[in-house]
Design a protein around this ligand. Structure first.
Ligand SMILES: Cc1cc2nc3c(=O)[nH]c(=O)nc-3n(C[C@H](O)[C@H](O)[C@H](O)COP(=O)(O)OP(=O)(O)OC[C@H]3O[C@@H](n4cnc5c(N)ncnc54)[C@H](O)[C@@H]3O)c2cc1C
Length: 532
């Protein structure tokens, strides 16, 4: 089989899956972390399950989060002990099972004169946080020590800082890894397939979902005993077909990405924005420094990439200037930006609360037998999936042990000499049981200053249902966020390795490069000149 025919086979496989005669046990709509988690649990429980995603896997919010796998100090502060406990336990589980994908990240909350919360109260909160994780990470440092972790931090009024720990991930790869686990267990997932209409299951019988294969421009009707709808910020669209009320308040959050050397932080710095006292973070991620995030109503078309506004950029830069007065960072220092839309389930009816006052928990609805779920966060995807399946399981489905591992162990092979211990751990975390295939796919050469190896791109082109170049550069890898100009200077090198496995001729490659450059400039770099 030639490499290009592998891609054609993927599309044929899509047609066969969508056009098959047998009904599915469960059709899941939405390929973000929530849908991926449900597919994985459903497949493990023995359901014949299919997931459809309208664009690319993780194209929605799940590739645009702040990438923190956190227990949620915010929940604890508002007294929600159970939610925090569950999230902390899930965080610990993921760090243990998938190091290299979900890793410990230290945080420092600096304490400035007359700023809330002070070290006493904050330390008290962290006592409970550490207790839930069964490990102690909190520690108070005097001002000079804080400056060693966060050089350049404002000295004026700095009393010290409290360190604690949470975790960080690559959110899009987390989704892809869960999808990999799901397909290993027999689940199926296709991207670029949009659900158009949903007909609820008749009493004990089948329902149906009409879908459109966006790449092949072809429609299908899928029959299913259960339909689960996990479309995040898009939830109201399909629910309204079923008479569901409008509950989603899309709230945008944006991030700025700087070269690490311009803002060298070795921990995640928790900040309080000087203007409105919202919590914010400046943190290291994949060799760059990220500043985030904002929280405001998103009135743009959800079918388009979310884009940060000039006002958001200025708001984020204001916090950077306040915390790092000598860094003098501005928009010309940015490598990239990204924005995502929180699928916040609002309970405020017509009266809008301040965005920061809206709860972030998930909600599950049953509209005429179609189960919808929205809200929540990355960390608790497994618990959300189990809860959704509890709503589905009106029949003989077998509930698996709650404690079963989420991530199957990576290969038992020893680390190749060409890789450092960290590179090897990262590869094992990202690719799990398929890591050996990745090693054999191409050169183990890092691209630019990133940890991404050329071999990963080649393997991904062959195996990860890439429809467009941005799938490869923004979600399978994060080169578009990490390299200057979205990695455009690297495109010729990538062409040598990727064009053949993608099965694209020269014209298609050029077309994809043009499309990618335009998309990156419009949505992952500076904001448009006008617009709030
Ligand atoms: C700025 C920001 C920062 C955040 N930071 C964190 C964080 O640090 N940690 C954390 O845990 N959480 C964080 N979150 C929250 C977290 O990212 C989301 O809760 C989570 O990604 C939602 O996942 P989802 O699968 O429900 O939605 P999505 O990821 O949006 O997935 C829904 C998918 O459904 C698809 N879809 C829509 N309509 C259709 C259709 N008709 N047919 C087929 N597919 C369809 C969409 O294309 C989309 O890919 C953050 C969110 C934002 C916005």
């Amino acid at each position: 089989m030639t490499e290009a025919s592998g891609i054609r086979e993927e599309r044929r496989d899509t047609a066969a899956l969508l056009g098959g005669d047998d009904p599915w046990d469960i059709v899941i709509i939405g390929g973000g972390i929530t849908g991926a988690g449900i597919l994985r649990e459903a497949a493990r429980e023995g359901y014949r399950a299919l997931l459809v995603e309208q664009r690319d896997f993780a194209w929605g919010t799940s590739s645009r989060s702040s990438k923190m796998v956190h227990g949620g100090l915010r929940y604890l502060a508002s007294g929600d002990y159970r939610l925090t406990r569950d999230a902390v336990q899930e965080r610990e589980r993921m760090m243990n099972e998938a190091p290299g994908l979900v890793d410990n990240l230290y945080y420092i909350m600096p304490h400035f004169n007359r700023q809330f919360p002070g070290p006493g109260l904050f330390g008290l909160l962290l006592r409970v946080y550490d207790f839930l994780a069964q490990r102690r990470t909190r520690r108070f440092f005097p001002g000079e020590s804080v400056l060693r972790w966060v050089p350049g931090l404002r000295r004026e009024g700095l009393r010290g800082g409290t360190r604690f720990s949470d975790a960080v991930t690559d959110d899009a790869r987390l989704v892809l890894r869960i999808l990999q686990e799901a397909t290993n267990a027999g689940g199926r997932a296709v991207n670029y397939v949009r659900a158009e209409t949903v007909t609820p299951p008749s009493d004990g019988g089948e329902g149906s979902v009409t879908v459109h294969d966006e790449l092949a421009d072809r429609g299908y009707e899928l029959r299913a005993r259960h339909i689960v709808h996990a479309t995040g910020a898009w939830t109201d669209r399909l629910r309204s077909q079923l008479g569901g009320d409008q509950r989603i308040r899309p709230l945008r959050g944006s991030h700025l990405v700087f070269p690490f050397w311009k803002l060298p932080v070795s921990v995640s710095l928790s900040l309080i924005h000087p203007r409105d006292h919202r919590p914010m973070f400046v943190y290291p991620w994949e060799g760059v420094t990220v500043v985030g995030t904002t929280d405001l109503d998103h009135d743009q078309d959800l079918q388009k990439e979310a884009v940060l506004s000039r006002a958001e950029m200025e708001y984020l830069l204001e916090a950077v200037h306040d915390a790092f007065p000598d860094a003098h960072l501005g928009e010309t220092d940015l490598i990239s930006t990204w924005s995502g839309v929180r699928p916040v389930v609002s309970d405020s009816g017509g009266r809008k609360k301040k965005p920061s006052k809206e709860k972030r928990e998930h909600v599950i609805w049953n509209d005429q037998g179609v189960i919808s779920v929205a809200g929540g966060k990355l960390t608790t995807f497994r618990l959300i999936a189990l809860e959704v399946l509890d709503h589905v399981r009106t029949d003989n489905g077998i509930r698996r042990e709650l404690d079963e591992q989420v991530f199957s162990p990576a290969s038992a092979m020893a680390r190749p000499n060409a890789l450092t211990a960290w590179q090897w751990q990262r590869l094992c975390g990202h690719y799990g049981s398929r890591v050996e295939e990745v090693l054999e796919a191409g050169p183990l050469m890092p691209i630019g200053h990133t940890d991404t190896l050329l071999a990963e791109l080649v393997w991904s082109c062959r195996n990860e249902r890439i429809g467009h170049l941005d799938d490869l550069l923004l979600r399978r890898t994060r080169l578009g966020l990490l390299l200057p100009e979205g990695g455009a200077p690297w495109l010729e090198v990538l062409r040598e390795y990727c064009q053949t496995p993608l099965g694209w001729d020269d014209a298609r490659w050029q077309q994809e490069c043009t499309r990618y450059r335009e998309l990156w400039r419009a949505s992952y770099h500076l904001p448009p000149e006008s617009g709030a």
